[in-house]
Ligand binder design. Sequence first.
Ligand code: FAD
Length: 398
Amino acid sequence: MVIVGAGMAGVQTAVVLREEGWAGEILLLGAEPHQPYDRPPLSKAVLLGKAEGSAFDVDFGALGIELRLGVTVSALDSGERRLETESGPVPYDVLVIATGAEPIPLPGSEGVPGVHLLRTLDDAERLRPVLARQHEIVVVGAGWIGAEFATAAREAGCAVTVVEAADRPLAGALPAEVAAPMADWYADYGATLVTGVRVDAVDENGLLLGDGTRLRAGAVVVGIGARPATDWLAGSAVDLSDDRSIAADERLRTSVPDVYAVGDCASFPSARYGARLLVHHWDNALQGPRTVAANVVGSRTAAHTAFSVYDPVPYFWSEQFGRFIQYAGHHSEDDELVWRGDPAGASWAVCWLREGALVALLAVGRPRDLAQGRKLIERGARLDRARAMDPSVPLKSA
Ligand code: FAD
């Protein structure tokens, strides 16, 4: 068993394989030199120096998992069942691809001094002293990472301007009316949000915006999205989707026998939502490996006929501007939106209904709504709209 990628999905796959009774060798290959670690703290406690690191608490040796770190896999020859690395070929019987995602750079900004991305521990460690110097910081992109970074930078006492090409924050994730109240959070926290303007050029002194404005910056942090880390599969027989994710099936198998894919690098068909989903959130990297491990072990058991199908209710959280945001499910723009509470207040939620059934929920400072809503979504339960609108009444099926 060889697993490529030692992030959450790769590590979790190795651990769950042992739990499921996989007795054979497990080799975990990771490009980064560090002991495998968790990413969410990078834009939170690690960035602010409140935590030194976020290494996973896993005893790889005791579990019989061989870790090879600082090893980048450059190609897959599935005919020969072999991976190519700088230090030579690595054969496999079963392969799990968990190479995650990589941040999209701002065009023209690569190599410019003072321009940063935030994906790895090394990125966070480079940014810590930048925050400590209390520079004027410009963040490009008002998505989840941009908002979390802006929060940390404000908490460190930096002057922060966030530049967003869309007309609102989180434009790719939430409808305009839900994102609108979130735009105010930036000003409440002392950050400036500039929307509807593109970055034309970047140099070591700052940015030139499409409207001619020049923004001075001691540092620029780019958070304009991430894409599956699958370039190394070019020329292999593994099918990719248009978004460059590995097109896994409902059992998280790829188009190549005995090759599975999981986490940020893979999309999967969801019968629950009638769509292929590419989920770039932590819970997906935690849950998907259970399906992979069950199917890997199952496929080697002669009597095994019941396969594990991956069709989760996606979940994620974000901590930004002193708020705890959680989202469960998956909505589309055709779904009916039901407000629960006043978005000007400290806590509120939004429900998305499809033919009366709850399909997704966003909760701001309402963890109980999230917990109740997630169960209702899993059951496909119908909601009484009038009750759902009343935040003093627990969420219950109709
Ligand atoms: P990754 O964590 O990307 O791990 C993949 C690993 O594979 C990497 O270490 C990479 O170096 C390695 N790799 C890639 N290519 C190769 C190769 N060719 N050969 C060998 N190794 C390779 N999600 C939430 O739900 N809530 C949050 O609050 C949240 N905060 C986040 C904050 C930050 C700063 C970031 C970056 C992400 C955050 N996420 C959050 C998302 C979450 O961390 C990811 O969804 C999760 O890390 C995905 O895990 P993964 O193992 O699939 O991929």
